[in-house]
Design a protein around this ligand. Structure first.
Ligand SMILES: Cc1ncc(COP(=O)(O)O)c(C=O)c1O
Length: 426
């Protein structure tokens, strides 16, 4: 509906469309639907009691400070804690290299604000995180897409796109959203070398790296860049900006994330953040600090790994049991998602309609591609979240989805003489 305001919208507002996922999620909120759609953590592992105690403690001990304006850079003890925490994953930053943001999503927005002029190209994976595209679109980003496979971004295809001069690369090395894939060790080295050779910086978005259920932790790109190439452990230089968040380890409702970057970049981001929200909630930061302290965060992450690891296993087993052999999927070593590939001819949007009739939901894959050229490819995929539903719901949801797939397949192949998966569907 057009109003007196519509003609006054700025061009950047016209660049924005509502996220397909948010629209779909509205449908999937019906209680009878088992949803693998959202990227929601499991509410049953939220440490509610610890939060309650932390809120009381913060108000009792530091009430006046907690309710006051605070520094844009963030609450100092929390910055120090984040620096210590990320060091355990290899990122040995000092507190002054850490900027606390209102979720990683704000970090993406600030980075867009800092780096993107209208028409600038950003190199992204195909597929990539939809929220990053939404953040960058506002600033008029264009995209160079590079495909990924089971080992993450195809670094063998990078040189020509890098030669075309993108402003920066946006990469998700661990348990990618939506693919569930992890950038292999060799490709990490190759990526930072190529980034250095062509002078193209990297935004490394890592909300899931702490949630690994099998295999060894792989070195973050920011570490490879600084230690191998710059021999600069002071984090003054560097070709990589690193993002992470408490959303997947403590609670997304906190809206707390962070950026690790060289001090000059932090200083500029601070100016931009002042214009956005002055600072992230002082109370929220102090509560998060109080919750996470005394090693609680690390202990809690162990619990999450156990719970999500089990849910991942249940989903993989159910897929194996119910899905026809024509359908394939990734086997994530961590994170929240896996990525399903449908046989040629099947369409994830038609499947979505059929799945809703069976009371199960997912996100069709085309939402996760930056360029129109991938529309057809995108419609052969779906993203499934395995963190949010309980194990028995996961099994039942995958069974329902297999029925929807069977029905779609039967429509596409009338008279198909081999049932898609006789042992399951009969
Ligand atoms: C890859 C990626 N980056 C950033 C975010 C945003 O996280 P936050 O809740 O910290 O804003 C998400 C959330 O799902 C994500 O998957």
């Amino acid at each position: 509906m057009s109003t007196a305001w519509t003609s006054r919208y700025a061009q950047r507002a016209k660049n924005v469309r509502s996220s397909a996922i948010r629209e779909l999620l509205k449908i999937t909120q019906r209680p009878e639907i088992i949803s693998f759609g959202g990227g929601l953590p499991a509410p049953d592992v939220f440490p509610v009691e610890r939060f309650r105690e932390a809120c009381s403690k913060v108000l009792e001990k530091h009430g006046r400070l907690a309710l006051q304006y605070g520094p844009t850079e963030g609450y100092e003890p929390l910055r120090e804690m984040i620096a210590r925490h990320t060091a355990r994953y290899g990122v040995k930053a000092k507190p002054e290299h850490v900027l606390i943001t209102s979720g990683s999503q704000q970090a993406l927005d600030l980075i867009g604000k800092l780096l993107i002029n209208p028409g600038d190209r950003v190199l992204v994976e195909a597929p990539t995180y939809l929220g990053a595209l939404q953040a960058f679109n506002v600033y008029g980003a264009e995209y160079v897409c590079v495909p990924s496979d089971n080992d993450g971004l195809r670094t063998d295809l990078l040189e020509a796109p890098l030669r075309s001069g993108p402003k920066f690369m946006y990469v998700l090395p661990n348990f990618q959203n939506p693919g569930g894939t992890t950038l292999a060790e060799g490709r990490r080295h190759e990526l930072v070398l190529l980034a250095d050779r062509y002078g193209i910086p990297i935004i490394e978005d890592d909300p899931y790296g702490q949630l690994r259920y099998e295999g060894e932790h792989l070195t973050p790109l920011i570490v490879l860049d600084r230690e191998n190439l710059r021999r600069d452990f002071s984090y003054v230089k560097g070709n990589v900006i690193y993002l992470s968040t408490f959303s997947k380890t403590l609670a997304p409702g906190l809206r707390l994330g962070w950026i690790v970057a060289p001090p000059d970049v932090i200083a500029k981001l601070v100016q931009l953040k002042q214009g956005a929200d002055l600072h992230t909630s002082t109370f929220g930061q102090m509560v998060a600090y109080e919750v996470a302290r005394d090693n609680y965060l690390d202990e809690h992450i162990k619990l999450i790994r156990r719970v999500y690891g089990e849910r991942r296993n249940v989903m993989l087993e159910a897929l194996e049991q119910y899905f026809p052999p024509e359908v394939t999927w990734t086997r994530p070593q961590g994170g929240l998602f896996l990525w399903v590939t449908l046989p040629e001819g099947m369409d994830s949007h038609q499947l979505f309609e059929a799945a809703i009739k069976e009371n199960v939901a997912f996100v069709p894959g085309d939402s996760f591609y930056a360029a129109n050229g991938y529309a057809e490819e995108g419609r052969r995929h779906l993203r499934l979240n395995f963190s949010n539903a309980q194990p028995d719901q996961i099994r039942e949801g995958i069974r329902r989805l297999s029925v929807a797939i069977k029905n779609q397949w039967a429509k596409l192949h009338p008279g198909y003489d081999r049932p898609v998966d006789q042992h399951v569907f009969d």
